[in-house]
Ligand binder design. Structure first.
Ligand code: A2H
Length: 253
């Protein structure tokens, strides 16, 4: 963690009704899993959402219409950033565990994937961002390996009650071309480094290092409104678009 506050874009991943029993108190409201990202330009390639199974989350009133599901820590920060119905005071409608969120059906801005689901990832930190992470397996080695684990390990799906039809049809969506890594940089680097699972922390750190900077400096968008533009140019434009259309908000951690 740096000394500077990190500025994230919170992606509003809309929870599709009917809500499961644990969320019934929220039925009729606009409820979102609020995912913190540093890469808004990758949102075209979202395939699912990540939560920490044992993480503690809450459903908080952000304004008169929207409810965000995230950690209490993030809700308090948001309350001091003018994102709480009651100024400087989070209002929690119900407490939820990560396990309550697993399997929720979601619709997320820009994603080509129409419906996606919340899945477990054990490396999600609840003291960073919102504790909710959106998954872009084309460009994030963490996301690629965590999804790969769920696809290749039926017992892991069973442990968390994931239906095969939520997990197995997923496809890595190519969204950014990087000359060195072709169009699915995370998949290529994970393969080249022979990364076995999401628990292979040292190699994943190396994979992230290799892809993160290159994506920004050498990447070109190959999908969406800014297709053909450099990632460096497209990133602020996509960020502004998401904020203006109201499908995202800014958040400082
Ligand atoms: B990024 P930094 Cl395509 N726990 O978004 C674990 N990881 C978290 C998190 C949390 N509580 N909150 C956010 N993140 C992830 C997209 C992405 C991201 C791509 C490529 C790289 C990448 C899609 N996932 O991050 O420690 C989120 O994943 C590589 C660093 O604050 C967020 O951006 O620097 C990033 O980590 C924030 O990490």
């Amino acid at each position: 963690e740096g000394v500077q506050p990190q500025e994230y874009v919170l992606i509003k991943m809309k929870v599709i009704s009917p809500f499961p029993p644990r969320l019934k108190a929220l039925e009729g409201r606009k409820v979102y899993l609020a995912a913190a990202t540093l890469r808004p330009e990758t949102m075209y390639g979202q395939t699912n959402c990540w939560v920490l199974p044992d993480g503690v989350y809450g459903a908080f009133e952000i304004n008169d219409t929207d409810v965000f599901i995230l950690t209490a820590r993030a809700a308090l920060n948001l309350a001091y950033q003018h994102l709480s119905r009651v100024p400087e005071k989070p209002t929690c409608l119900c407490e939820l565990s990560g396990n309550d969120l697993i399997g929720l059906a979601l619709k997320s801005p820009l994603a080509f994937n129409e419906t996606m689901y919340a899945f477990p990832m054990l490396s999600v930190l609840t003291d960073k961002g919102t504790g909710i992470v959106t998954s872009v397996p084309s460009d994030s080695p963490d996301d690629f390996m965590a999804l790969q684990d769920l696809v290749t390990k039926p017992p892991l799906r069973a442990k968390y009650g994931l239906k095969d039809e939520w997990v197995l049809p997923y496809k890595v969506v190519p969204i950014i071309h990087i000359p060195e890594f072709c169009d699915k940089s995370a998949e290529k680097v994970c393969h080249d480094l022979k990364i076995k699972s999401q628990n292979d922390k040292a190699k994943l750190a190396e994979a992230k290092r290799m892809t993160y900077l290159k994506g920004f400096t050498d990447g070109t968008m190959i999908v969406g409104e800014f297709s053909g533009r450099k990632v460096q140019e497209a990133k602020p434009l996509i960020k502004t678009k998401l904020l203006e259309e109201g499908t995202s908000v800014l958040y400082s951690d």
